[in-house]
Design a protein around this ligand. Structure first.
Ligand code: ZN
Length: 476
């Protein structure tokens, strides 16, 4: 027991010091380490395996939706960045620029991509000629760089990994529809793969992507009640098409500009998982993305037959397609329990001489920390069923917390009280920038997304008639 306590005490208390809890968890479970350049992170194998599972699941969904993968260069001519006025203004403070290479000063400086609308717009301008070329729907998995002053692993780092999808359509209606379709794809992904409930909706003008006509986002509630933007989709209208001359000859022979849209989700999703499901013992990973879904811990592993039985079980579970680890190291079972609990493995199986004799296995669920017993016969089916049940329970638990923590406010004081209490606050808004800025100043909260319908009477700030009902929250 002493060893157990010592182990757990390595992580800060989740309720009283959530920021330190987060830092302890990401470092001690070996998801990441800090890179030598300030603001960069090294994604270690255990963290990268989560990203690979996210990629695999999301990529399959994009492909099923008809999107193809491509790859565009890391370096973008600076002249591209300045072609769309809002875009350059929005990204200027964050862009890293290459001025020298090959021992010489470059004639034109090169931007390290903060996002690829410009270079992809340029190539679309080259590739799109006729209505027959449309729609053109591409995605790339890559790294981007945005110079940040304050950074936190997965949440905000200078370099991060993501996917960025870019499409061009003949009509604005189609491009807008795709913007909503991709938002829905993200929402469904969050629910089914990350077991994470989200709020989706349109962003305010202030919060939209630089250069977009409309931005939509999905926001997830973290353990401390703050919001984490977990994916965004943007309708660009003809802004980028005009800047990069993306023109096509339509069926009637006339020359028209296309309509573009883009969408992105990043390694932030790993931060979202950690802060949605984690608890006092550490990580709690959703089974669909957990690098290890089941860990087998032998009890009295030196006794005859124990390791053999564990290995047979491991083989059986692996053959059923599960990600399994048999921990036959020299550490004590208690040490192993703590280690794998902290690392968030959804299901632990303990197998000792008595279990084997009785034809059962002891099963520990990471989400509830409850132990039970399952028959060894048809173990794979039983474990699969348990993992599905656990995924569902994780979602339900997070959904309940989010629903309980959405409150309404009719005044700035109520709004402040709401966000101080770790809630999302639903309130009316007149639509003006001054009132949105006032909320930020008064309550350090921002408009996360607008509700689909306006159900409020008055603006929470000025009292004028409400035009949009907004979800306000403090955000990462
Ligand atoms: Zn107002």
């Amino acid at each position: 027991m002493a060893k157990n306590e010592q182990f757990v005490s390595q992580i800060a208390d989740i309720e009283t010091d959530f920021p330190q809890w987060y830092t302890d968890v990401v470092l001690k479970t070996q998801l990441v380490d800090y890179g030598p350049v300030k603001g960069t992170m090294v994604i270690r194998p255990y963290g990268y395996a989560i990203w690979e599972n996210i990629q695999k699941e999301m990529d399959a969904r994009f492909k099923a939706a008809g999107v193809e993968n491509a790859y565009f260069p890391l370096l973008i001519p600076m002249s591209f960045m300045t072609k769309e006025a809002e875009h350059v203004e929005g990204f200027a403070p964050e862009v890293a620029v290459v001025t020298h290479a090959g021992g010489e000063k470059l004639q034109e400086p090169l931007a390290v991509r903060p996002t690829s609308e410009t270079i992809i717009g340029h190539m679309m301008g080259k590739w799109v000629e006729s209505w027959r070329d449309l729609p053109l729907r591409m995605n790339q998995w890559c790294n981007v760089m945005r110079w940040e002053k304050t950074t936190r692993p997965f949440l905000r780092t200078s370099e991060f990994l993501w996917q960025e999808g870019h499409s061009v359509y003949a009509t604005g209606e189609e491009a807008e529809q795709e913007t909503l379709n991709m938002l829905h794809l993200y929402e469904d992904f969050a629910k089914k793969v990350l077991c994470m409930p989200v709020l989706t909706g349109r962003k305010t003008e202030k919060e939209k992507f630089a250069g977009a006509v409309a931005t939509y986002g999905m926001e997830a509630m973290m353990h401390d009640g703050k919001s984490l933007q977990s994916g965004t989709t943007h309708y660009m209208g003809q802004n980028f098409a005009k800047a990069f001359n993306v023109q096509f000859t339509d069926k009637d022979g006339s020359l028209k500009y296309g309509y573009t849209m883009s969408y992105g989700a990043s390694t932030r999703l790993i931060g979202a998982i950690i802060m949605t499901h984690g608890d006092g013992r550490g990580l709690v990973l959703p089974p669909p993305v957990a690098p290890v879904q089941v860990v087998i811990v032998p009890i009295a592993q030196k006794k005859e037959g124990v390791l053999e039985a564990c290995k047979a079980l491991e083989t059986m579970l692996k053959q059923a397609g599960l990600r399994v680890r048999l921990d036959d190291s020299d550490n004590s079972p208690g040490w192993k329990f703590n280690e794998w609990e902290m690392k968030g493995v959804p299901v632990r199986i303990e197998l000792g001489p008595r279990d084997i004799e009785n034809g059962v296995m002891t099963v520990f669920r990471r989400d509830t920390c409850e132990k039970g017993e399952l028959p060894l016969q048809n173990a794979a089916e039983a474990v699969k069923g348990l993992l599905a049940e656990l995924s569902e329970a994780l979602y339900k638990k997070a959904e309940k917390r989010m629903n309980e923590r959405i409150v309404s406010a009719n005044s700035l004081e109520e709004l402040l009280e709401g966000v101080n209490g770790g809630n999302f606050v639903k309130a009316g808004w007149c639509g003006c920038r001054e009132c949105e800025d006032r909320v930020k100043e008064y309550a350090q909260a921002t408009a996360r997304v607008m509700a689909k319908e306006n159900t409020a009477d008055q603006c929470v700030v000025c009292g004028k008639p409400s035009v949009h009902t907004v979800f306000f929250a403090r955000a990462y």
